[in-house]
Write a protein that binds this ligand. Structure first.
Ligand code: FAD
Ligand code: SF4
Length: 571
């Protein structure tokens, strides 16, 4: 029998970026917030002297324990899904700060086009441009409406960047100047400029200089240590919930975090949530935390899982295309890359998670799609993350991937290989979706999520186009030999890391028939449940998601406050 705990104003399921922002915003206003987090408490001290590639990058020390909870995967509805038992295509974090601790910090705002993709596509190309089965829909909110929330996220985290020189792109003024320009980045920028494109420094959440944010939190500058993606930052230079929003929430005295606690269900009756049921994994004891508002902030996939297992919202049916929970799962295409081999050496061991430059000339609808067989596009970028020795062994095409020849080529090309890569939008389709697996269960006996996903011709054509554009830039950069990836892509391969930019499944919109949430991230079907996160994205973009996730979290915090004052649906 679960122990009932005293009621609080707001309970959070998961204390990562979304949970942290909501906790800070609402505790500052005097509300009591309880955060239930399945992982352990993290602090900057945990990351001192932790540059251990095997432990963090290869064995994934900071990620969810797949032996207790995972997803199952299949390429299409006719197949049987099998559990994802080893980390591959994407990684999911746990512990306070969530994936926001070991992320890279490449921080963008989705484009005005992204939020109104259906209307914009129809306006420019006509309805016939949207292929059968592609589930394009507007988000129920515009870029202009979200702009003040983007500004808040940028100021809180302290983004370092420069304005995008592409005409028609939003002109954003970042709080800090861009990161350093290394020789490799300079080479990319010069080549792209010579080709008539518009290169600029990647917006970075690794600080270019010391910074004090509007909450009075001060942090020091990035040391370009190169152990950033998949690692916590020992200097506090990388924006993460642990060094920004969580201390602010704790300082108010209104925030309590309960770690090692897995939420199994959102409890609800007569269309309203009453709280959550969770298990303390150290003792196995079950608790009920009652609350006026439940915020599901458990990362895109866990958000869907929790709603489906709680029987909240109408599950999506891929045959009829009706229902909402699990709808519009989307991903990113990152296979359109060009690896260039040079005679000269670069110092690639130094770097940072979001040190790089890019062009947006082929992202969104900045280019004409009339004669193209795909919609949307990709950013084309070079990054210098720090070439960790185990992960980086670039070899030219035709060289075996084992033995003496491999070793010789890998030693010769260490510090002499650069990559230009394209990160593109994989758009939603009626038969790419998420539901509950009928066979496999997690450690508590709850069904696992089942992902049904594969690339479509749209993705393959986009990757081919971007692979060729990446190679064009690489050629201009002067590589003596170029390996192009993405020209012929088969099935989606879940075994290789691509990006933790999974989106959709609990999407926002203006119609309860085709969306789960309104523009305040409030559930249409359960007015005191808010579900911010990338699960709310109606489709994916060529940008990384967290800038937009952060803006939506600020928007949700405002909505929750309104709801606590007035009740009812806010839209
Ligand atoms: C290696 C890596 C690199 C990345 N780099 C970038 C980047 O450069 N730019 C970018 O924009 N994005 C990046 N991301 C993505 C970014 O980390 C996420 O978009 C962001 O953290 C999402 O915030 P969130 O609050 O939704 O989820 P998270 O920050 O992951 O927080 C969710 C929290 O919920 C907890 N939780 C889950 N289920 C339960 C449950 N049932 N009960 C209790 N707690 C639960 C988890 O333990 C976790 O702490 C990266 C991700 C990874 C893994
Ligand atoms: S590269 Fe910079 S931001 Fe990243 S972990 Fe190292 S010091 Fe921190």
């Amino acid at each position: 029998m679960a122990t009932k705990l005293p009621k609080t104003d707001i309970v959070l399921v998961g204390v990562g970026w979304v949970g942290g922002i909501i906790a800070a915003e609402l505790t500052k206003k005097g509300y009591k917030v309880v955060g239930i987090e399945r992982g352990k408490e993290r602090s900057t001290e945990d990351y001192f002297m932790a540059h251990d590639e095997l432990r963090y990058a290869e064995r994934k020390e900071m990620m969810q324990d797949l032996s207790k909870e995972t997803i199952t995967f299949r390429h299409d509805m006719t197949k049987r899904a099998l559990p994802y038992r080893e980390w591959g295509s994407f990684l999911i974090g746990e512990g306070t700060g969530g994936s926001g601790e070991h992320w890279n910090g490449q921080t963008y705002r989705f484009l005005p086009y992204d939020f109104e993709i259906y209307s914009e596509t129809v306006k420019r190309y006509g309805k016939g441009k949207i292929p059968k089965g592609m589930m394009l829909q507007d988000w129920g909110i515009t870029y202009e409406e979200l702009e003040p929330y983007f500004d808040k996220f940028d100021a809180m985290t302290g983004i370092s960047g420069e304005a995008n020189p592409l005409p028609d792109s939003p002109q954003i003024k970042y709080p800090n100047p861009p990161m350093l320009e290394t020789p490799a980045i300079k080479l990319f920028k010069n080549a792209a400029k010579e080709l008539g494109y518009h290169p600029y420094h990647m917006p970075s959440n690794n600080l270019s200089q010391s910074y004090t944010n509007p909450d009075g939190v001060s942090r020091g500058a990035c040391q370009y240590c190169g152990f950033c993606e998949r690692f916590g930052c020992e200097y506090g230079a990388k924006a993460s919930p642990v060094v920004t929003v969580l201390p602010v929430a704790k300082e108010t005295g209104n925030f309590e975090v309960r770690t090692h606690s897995v939420v199994r269900k959102v409890l609800h009756t007569n269309g309203k949530a009453t709280g959550v049921l969770y298990v303390d994994i150290r003792t196995g004891e079950e608790f009920i935390q009652e609350a006026d508002v439940v915020v599901v902030s458990a990362y895109q996939m866990n958000n869907i899982k929790l709603l489906l297992n709680s029987q909240l919202g109408r599950p999506y049916d891929p045959v009829t295309g009706t229902g909402v929970i699990g709808r519009n799962y989307a991903y990113q295409t990152i296979l359109g890359t060009a690896v260039g081999f040079f005679d000269k050496e670069f110092n690639l061991y130094g770097g940072a998670g979001s040190l790089g430059a890019q062009i947006d000339d082929f992202n969104g609808d900045f280019f004409d799609h009339t004669d193209l067989d795909f919609l949307h596009g990709a950013t084309i970028q070079i990054t210098q993350l720090g070439d960790r020795p185990i992960a980086n062994n670039q070899i030219p095409a035709g060289v075996p991937t084992w033995g003496k020849e491999f070793k010789d080529a890998s030693v010769t090309n260490a510090n002499r290989a650069l990559i230009v890569k394209a990160q593109g939008a994989s758009l939603p389709w009626q038969d790419n979706y998420i539901d509950l697996d009928p066979t496999y269960k997690d450690a508590f006996g709850d069904p696992l999520l089942r992902m049904t996903f594969n690339w479509k011709d749209q993705d393959r054509q986009l990757m081919k186009f971007m692979g060729e554009k990446s190679a064009e830039i690489m050629k201009k950069m002067g590589a003596k030999d170029i390996k192009i990836n993405g020209l012929e892509v088969g099935d989606y391969d879940i075994r290789n890391y691509q990006s933790t930019h999974n989106t959709g499944g609990v999407i926002m919109g203006s119609d309860p028939e085709t969306s789960a949430l309104n523009s305040y991230l409030q559930m249409w079907d359960c007015e005191n449940v808010f579900v911010p996160g990338a699960s709310a994205f109606a489709q994916n973009s060529g940008y990384n998601p967290t800038g937009t996730v952060g803006a939506l979290a600020y928007r949700a915090a405002e909505g929750i406050e309104k709801y606590l004052k007035t009740g009812g649906l806010l839209v």
